[in-house]
Design a protein around this ligand. Sequence first.
Ligand code: MTE
Ligand code: MO
Length: 571
Amino acid sequence: MTAHRTAGSTPGPTPVPATGVRPGVRRAAGALSGPLATGAALGAGELCAGLLRPGARPVTVVGGAVIDSTPAPVKEWAIATFGAADKVVLQLGVVVVLIGCAVGLGLLSSRRRVPAVLGAFLFGAAVAVIALSRPASTLSDTVPSLVAGVAGAGALWWLSGRLRPVGGAGSVPAPTGASPWTPVREEGAAPIGPRTGPAGAAASTGAAEFDRRGFLAAASVTAAASAGAGLLGRRLSDSGAAEAEAARDAVSLPAPDLPAGPLPAGIDPPVTGLTPFITPNRDFYRVDTALTVPRVDATTWRLRLHGLGMSREVTLDYRNLLRRELVERDITLTCVSNEVGGPYTGNARWIGVRLAELLREAGVRAPSEGGPADQLISRSVDGMTIGTPVEAVLDGREALLAVGMNGEPLPFRNGFPVRMVVPGLYGYVSACKWLEELELTTFAEVDAYWVRRQWAAEAPIKTQSRIDTPRPFARVGAGTVAVAGVAWAQTRGIERVEVRVDDGPWQEAVTADVPHTDTWRQWFVEWRAEPGSHRLEVRATDGTGDTQTPERVGISPDGASGWHSVVVTVE
Ligand SMILES: Nc1nc2c(c(=O)[nH]1)N[C@H]1C(S)=C(S)[C@@H](COP(=O)(O)O)O[C@H]1N2
Ligand SMILES: [Mo]
């Protein structure tokens, strides 16, 4: 058999039999068995990950690895193009590429079974290796991918078995130039299916038709089993999530010892379309590399604090943290990937523990006080590393280990149970979610995740202002039109906002009161709009007296700058 195959297969096109055979059907079946086997692999992987850890799902592993190795410009483009859907698009992309490879393996399996099956297994094994190389992975994270590889290989073996010519090999000598893998039939319509009996069919027709009915049955069983395993796996992951959900629901945060107090009067001026001062949790932007949101159990959560210049290592659990003095503070968070006019910024009322107090208790001194560490690395349960200047954390600003957001425990997506919030620094250098470790080190010693990807090691938030209304290309009626938005320069504060129309004179906007300098500031002007197309521009001046400059700078490596402008039509 092996000899036949070796002799019969040539690098060239498969010989086309003279009569009656439709190799196309068999090829199609072969091609189909690839995706079917992939389905089996994914179903098995899903089931296994549902039992072990949802984050170890093979597609998630590959997606995560793609995220980690994607060059920054491509990542920016993806965030800019797909916004919050970027992760869905990525996972779809992984699946599409996978199906492409699967079709290839399937086609191969109908001609060369062993290499194809081996290939399928190696695919799973490769994903297992990737799983192991992901940050914060454990050996058990390889299991779903390995199981997926075995399931995929098994399914492919089984399906390709149905593709073999019925009785072709041993019973009838294959005609010259043909192999048992390239069916040749000399007569017209032949009986199809196993009922005829493999040897009989081949003998009576002198041909090697494959077992179509058998293939169809095997394909159906594979598809059904894959779907079943997949759904069951999903169920298991969801019930795990439900448990974590329940654990979070059971958390009740103590009232803050230092409440933020009522918001100043005049916040939220009544202008339709203006961003509210406090961003509700459900509307808060989300930026992270996690394909599945980590659902950390607060009851087993620990924070480890160690490193240079600490008199002792400290470990805290959630209850220790909640027993400390809790501060409530309105702080605006901003992502470095926020383009001028972009949406990746939000303002919340955080509750947390003062990070500076915690560090000082452990003997940490700022570099300006002679401390040896200038960088604080925060590490999350999913292996993210974020580097924050120790100087910034200890300079008196309200840097928090936050546990609460707008009156409830942090939502999972925003870092439950504990995250960092440091006013005045972009999120990627300050706002580590799902925090589990703080290490004092130096910038010379450690490059954090994004710094290794060419983003700046230090990134204070740049002064920005944004027009929320009217929207770009809006059509508005002539007369008085409210132009409004927000401006931010966390820790410096916003002193003044100005608007101009069509390069005319700058007009000072009314600015709403703010509790302090760590939040954005709402502003509005009344514009006497005349018919035509107009360009509105905004610029802000921060608390140090610096006014935003017009030059547009992109988000990389340390944040965008320039004036936001909006073109509208007045009718
Ligand atoms: N563990 C972890 N923390 C993270 C990130 C991440 O990818 N992983 N992204 C950071 C970035 S870039 C930003 S802008 C903020 C966003 O916080 P949010 O999703 O709560 O708005 O989280 C930061 N913390
Ligand atoms: Mo960010």
